[in-house]
Design a protein around this ligand. Structure first.
Ligand code: COA
Length: 229
């Protein structure tokens, strides 16, 4: 069972990270793998009511890997945490199978309250570097969260969200046809959709102001009023 877990997780790294050249390299040099393996132990201690030992075990893992996973968090199979440094996974977070997390991802909460307060991540979800997913909502299967996004609302399945607060973007390819692109980065002029709308409103406003100035100077005739106006 433990061997099977290790084998399929190492295979997931090799399959999805172009930098991973051999199983031995993954075993020795991937803190994400070490953190997830260590979490097995911490989680076992926690579920057997050895709470302090569980916390201490996860603290040691954090110390060694830079990845903080609460021992109560539930992680699915073949989870890849690439680079890993600064990842935080909260107590009531749940992560599905085949997910891919980059460094500095937080599965956290925006409010100090008891009970379920961290997100539930579906299967095959990619969460880009620096993204924060805050609250007890669901991120659907096959969703993608752009790097540095701040997600505060549920994300439907097969949806890409980017920006602060994160909003859906149109996907150019249906998910199944899109190849997994571990380093998929936005093009140079990429903007949050909200900023893009603001930018186009600002351009329109500038054009209107210029036109009003021309009309006021008599350089352009006033637009004719309709009867309704
Ligand atoms: C969001 C992401 C997963 C790509 O998802 P995708 O479904 O393939 O989306 P696309 O690349 O087709 O981009 C969709 C749109 O969102 C924009 N976009 C993508 N990522 C974005 C981001 N992080 N922030 C803002 N906008 C972004 C793109 O420019 C594109 O805009 P357009 O439709 O106007 O051209 C990817 O861009 C991303 O952020 N990956 C994480 C990469 C990462 O963390 N790498 C660390 C390596 S060390």
């Amino acid at each position: 069972m433990a061997f099977m877990f290790l084998r399929e997780t190492v295979a997931a790294y090799k399959e999805r990270d172009p930098a991973a050249r051999s199983s031995l390299e993954v075993l020795l040099c991937y803190p994400g793998l070490h953190a997830v393996v260590w979490h097995k132990l911490s989680h076992w201690l926690w579920t057997h009511k050895l709470y302090l030992l569980g916390r201490f075990s996860s603290h040691l893992a954090r110390w060694l890997t830079g990845i903080e996973i609460h021992p109560a968090a539930k992680l699915g199979r073949r989870l890849v945490i690439d680079h890993g440094m600064g990842v935080v996974i909260g107590e009531t977070a749940e992560v599905g199978d085949d997910c891919y997390l980059y460094h500095q991802v937080t599965l956290g909460t925006a409010r100090a309250m008891g009970g379920k307060r961290h997100p539930t991540i579906g299967n095959n979800v990619i969460i880009g570097a620096g993204a924060k997913v805050l609250g007890p909502f669901t991120v659907g299967d096959n969703a993608r969260i752009g790097s540095n996004a701040v997600v505060v609302d549920p994300v439907p399945p097969d949806t890409t969200v980017v920006g602060i607060p994160a909003r859906p973007v149109d996907r150019k390819l249906p998910r199944r046809e899109a190849p997994f692109d571990p380093y998929g980065m936005p093009c140079e002029d990429a903007l949050d959709p909200l900023l893009r709308d603001l930018e186009s409103m600002r351009t329109e406003l500038t054009e209107l102001e210029a036109r009003i100035a021309r009309v006021a100077n008599g350089a352009e005739s006033r637009p004719r009023q309709t009867a309704a106006e």
